[in-house]
Ligand binder design. Structure first.
Ligand code: ACO
Length: 175
């Protein structure tokens, strides 16, 4: 068992830990930790967990770190979070909320939840729920008037359990 778990305060994070709801953190099992994505998380299996959701096409750590910095260069726009297994120092859950600034609704903002995934071995333990609660908290505390996401029909019951309701339709055009 590893004891090398890094204190979030010592990590190079995408955004400050204070954005993570302490209420959500307290509801996680004691062997898990929720925190912002860190610039060293490539090594902790970030892409392995994302591959549960879709095709990843791993371009290597340098490219991953460049993307991390490009996203962080847009302050208060990208909020990627992870759930970490403390014993193994491996990521077991991931998610992002993107804060879109608008001209309408009094220059309002909308939170877009994206790329939610929980490692297969950890599914069904309410980690997905905690990720959605944490991202919704970030969206709402950033002043967003709504938080939205796209999902497959099979995931509708999961998002309903998270307090979301079905609205309108998704359109897509792939390049
Ligand atoms: N159908 C019905 N109910 C479900 C489903 C489902 N597919 N998935 C979860 N639930 C229910 C659970 O039973 C639980 O209900 P309960 O409170 O009555 O016990 C509740 O939803 C919360 O479930 P969690 O345990 O938090 O779900 P989990 O940790 O397994 O995470 C997730 C759900 C993220 C969908 C996970 O299964 C996963 O990673 N799937 C593969 C990737 C994926 O589809 N991601 C979502 C893409 S959509 C997007 O990114 C915006």
């Amino acid at each position: 068992m590893s004891t090398a778990l890094a204190d979030p305060a010592s990590l190079d994070l995408m955004f400050p830990q204070e954005f993570i709801s302490s209420e959500v953190s307290a509801q996680l099992p004691s062997d898990l930790q929720i925190r912002p994505l860190a610039s060293t998380d490539y090594k902790r299996g970030h892409l392995d967990v994302l591959s549960v959701l879709s095709i990843v096409n791993d371009l290597g750590e340098v490219a991953w770190v460049n993307q991390f910095h490009a996203m962080r260069a847009n302050p208060r726009a990208y909020f990627s979070i992870v759930i970490l297994d403390k014993a193994s120092d491996k990521i077991v859950g991931v998610g992002t909320v993107f804060i879109e600034r608008k001209f309408l609704r009094g220059l309002g903002s909308v939170g877009h939840i994206e790329d939610i995934a929980v490692d297969k071995s950890q599914q069904g333990k309410k980690l997905g729920l905690r990720i959605i609660q944490a991202l919704t908290h970030i969206s709402e505390s950033s002043g967003c008037y709504k938080t939205i996401l796209n999902c497959s029909d099979t995931n509708i019951p999961f998002y309903q359990k998270c307090g979301y309701v079905k609205k309108e339709n998704e359109m897509a055009k792939y390049a």
